[in-house]
Design a protein. Sequence first.
Lengths: 116, 116
Amino acid sequence: AQSVTQPDIHITVSEGASLELRCNYSYGATPYLFWYVQSPGQGLQLLLKYFSGDTLVQGIKGFEAEFKRSQSSFNLRKPSVHWSDAAEYFCAVGAGKSGGYQKVTFGIGTKLQVIP
Amino acid sequence: GAGVSQSPSNKVTEKGKDVELRCDPISGHTALYWYRQSLGQGLEFLIYFQGNSAPDKSGLPSDRFSAERTGGSVSTLTIQRTQQEDSAVYLCASSSLAWAGQETQYFGPGTRLLVL
């Protein structure tokens, strides 16, 4: 079964600083990888996803993530953080199944605080 | 177009009472998921529906939990004889493509359940 580890429960960065949120996954085959963001009182919004092809994936709101198979990682990055980026970020891995559907496993989330 | 909607947005109930949570998926989406998000936890998969196929109930934590999906659209998650540990945010997601694992789930805003 697949699993996801987000080692940082809480991260604080200054506005304008760069950001990297770590995600490691465990899955036997090529995974399908996602990053979601959850702002206070909001639902989960997809930031970006990796299915195949270019290992550097661009998402919304200026985020990007890089799939590194050798490290089983899919870290999320942003060169310059804005105060509105303060939220909780979830990494997720999906696995195909013989029945055809995708079972997605989520990490426990990283809460991002942005200070002025 | 309209996204995934859930009702009620908040529900407070007394221990031992039954509750029903509703999810309206995006029109045309054949796959529907229920997750539970407890405080400080990631998303816990509960149940999956795909078209007219038998649902995957492998994530339901106990037989007090059940879900149905009528007409391949609206879904209701029922929790019988609620316990305080059932307090959580219940999230619904839908997707349009559920083959080979290449799908994106779109989430509703969730129902926040508090069992007193």
